[in-house]
Design a protein around this ligand. Structure first.
Ligand SMILES: [Zn+2]
Length: 140
């Protein structure tokens, strides 16, 4: 008996027919089921139930290990991101003061604009433009 296997391919088991000794090969998952020898045409129980259990156990262990590796990878990634996010406090202070400055500048600019163009300025301009257009069509 010998198991040929990777966890990605279907494992198979080689053994000798209990009746005629012919070399046979079955999928490991068939262990414990009945089969007929293609050589002597006698039925027999496919061996390898222990191997099958062993295989299942190893496969589970392999999957658990992969899952643990994946978890560790995600954890490391999360930690790295958290570290990146926790910016140097002085840098953050600078950023905040820059933002405040930008807001102050914007406010000052809009106040200056309002001072230069009071609310009454716009309708007046529209009236002037309207009059100009009227004269343009009336006399040209
Ligand atoms: Zn046989």
């Amino acid at each position: 008996m010998g198991i040929k296997d990777t966890f990605h391919r279907k494992p198979s088991l080689s053994y000798d027919c209990p009746h005629c000794g012919e070399r046979l090969k079955s999928p490991l998952m068939d262990a414990g089921t009945e089969d007929t020898c293609p050589h002597c045409h006698q039925t027999f129980a496919v061996p390898g139930e222990n191997e099958k259990q062993e295989y299942e156990k190893e496969k589970q262990a392999h999957q658990d290990k992969r899952a643990a590796e994946q978890d560790a990878k995600y954890k490391a990634q999360a930690e790295r991101r958290a570290k990146e996010r926790a910016v140097d406090p002085f840098f953050r202070e600078q950023q905040e003061s820059d933002e405040k400055q930008a807001i102050t500048q914007r406010r000052a600019a809009s106040e200056a604009f309002e001072k230069a163009c009071p609310a009454g300025w716009f309708p007046l301009a529209m009236v002037v433009v309207g009059v100009l257009i009227f004269f343009f069509f009336a006399f040209v």
